[in-house]
Design a protein around this ligand. Structure first.
Ligand code: F3S
Length: 75
């Protein structure tokens, strides 16, 4: 099932490790120009996968929201 989450990548934090796009390739892609992650439009991976990808980011550059509320990282 497609994710109900909305994701953002804080490019000022992203160090380009690529874990997010490896774990959730329908949700994140690496930008060839700056080697940083960016969210993809459309279907996305399922919620669990998206959350796992966000939790795997070593620098907490991924922000996950649902219905306008931040789910991860916890505020
Ligand atoms: Fe960047 Fe974190 Fe993904 S460092 S490439 S947002 S796992």
């Amino acid at each position: 099932m497609a994710s109900t989450y909305k994701v953002k990548v804080d490019k000022s934090k992203c160090i380009g490790c690529g874990t997010c796009s490896a774990l959730a390739p329908k949700t994140f892609k690496m930008n060839d120009a700056d080697q940083k992650a960016e969210p993809l439009p459309g279907e996305h991976d399922d919620d669990k996968t998206v959350l796992q990808a966000a939790q795997s980011c070593p620098v907490f550059a991924i922000i996950v929201e649902k219905d306008g509320k931040q789910v991860f990282p916890k505020e």
